[in-house]
Design a binder for this molecule. Sequence first.
Ligand code: GDP
Length: 474
Amino acid sequence: MKCPGPAAACMSDVNPTSKAQEFPIAAIATAIGSAGLCVIRVSGTGALEIGDRLVGPSARKPSQQKTGTFCYAKIMHPDTGKRVDDVILLVFRAPHSYTGEDTIEIQGHGGAVCSRNLLHAVLAAGARLADPGEFTKRAFLNGRMDLTQAEAVCDLIQSKTDRAARVARDQLDGLLGKTIDALYLRVTELCADVEHLLDFDESDLQVSFEGPFRQTIRRLSAELEILIHSWHENHFLRDGAVVVISGRPNAGKSSLMNALLGRNRAIVHADPGTTRDMIEDVFSIAGIPVRLIDTAGLRPTDNAIEREGIERAHRAMEQADLNLYLIDQSAGVSADDLTALKTLSRINTIVILTKDDLPGPFDLRVPGDFETVRISSVKRSGFENLVEKMLATLGASDGPSERPVVSVRHVEELRLTLRCLQTTDGLLAAGRGDDLVIVANRLREAAEALGRIVGRIYSDDLLDAIFGKFCVGK
Ligand code: GDP
């Protein structure tokens, strides 16, 4: 754990200090495959000299170039002297680079062979292959970004919808980091106030925590609750939602899947039992990535394959973020439907009455208190209503969020912070404000939890967990 000790100390000296620039690392920063260009990135002390070794003795040396400049170069393998590629070479000098270190970026010809040969030449010139996310980790350690921004780089690269990319972009701009950092500073101020009192003999003290001190704690708690709530509203933007379509054979499941995807993914047939295994695909609603799963029709059967399919359907229904249970309204509600609905929760289930273009029983009643929607996949009616209800049931807001969007890691730390502040407030409310050591400890714990979100405080394990998710080259 970096930054041990009292939170008061954390305030001043833990912003990740410019770590000594390390051994140069290199990686292909572009995707492997047919492409116009590939980019090899080299970063660290000695990166410019690696460039010198690659361009040969007679060429203009990267180490003699200004920061932010580029030049054309013929890359020679440092061991064999053979020409590897003709490239554009960009030079960035510390601290004016992504990592904050001396960096060169080599733009060579694209394709698996060219990029691999270039990388081999760079490694032969003295760099080592970068670990996943190591460039961004160095950027963090060199104070170029806080930990939330570093996480946003990964989110941005992996985002599956425009909306998810926008959220990541906002976080990369520092929206979340600034909000958390402001909270951190306010908690550390409270902590410093209490720790200051610890220097005095308790019998000399006439301390009152009523008034501004407790008001600040309560205000901070309210702000934390709003941020925690934003996770419920928006975590599907990051993580995607699993939506399972289930119901009896012939209820119209495959037709709904195809209609939502906008293409014929699943086989639609009048013969019941056509879909025997799960069919999955991805699409998005209101910018939320959705894993849509069509399941085998639920009915009693002696067929072993069909039974396995039905068991898988039940498992998928249990794990779904949202269940769409389909009932063919023209056939009415069956005993199988009643059995299946008993296993579902109204909190994350929408009952869809399908084939609304066909006449149905006049007195059709869905048991339980389920949200219900009527659709016709043939006439494409009822879908707007369905999408609205899907968003509402997922608890996801439609449209952009003004607030920063927190991740699971952030929300766990925010909950810990909130618990610590609530405990502190409880102690003070019970008149145990003289228990200064406990109050100081809780406040310090709260500050440290916030500090871990932005990376004012970090452990190697935390960094490994975060940067291990990155691709090599970022
Ligand atoms: P699944 O077995 O639940 O996947 O049901 P399918 O999607 O394969 O549909 C079963 C049958 O119902 C097919 O003949 C479809 O053409 C028909 N069907 C599906 N949706 C509708 C609808 O909205 N209206 C009408 N009239 N028929 C539908």
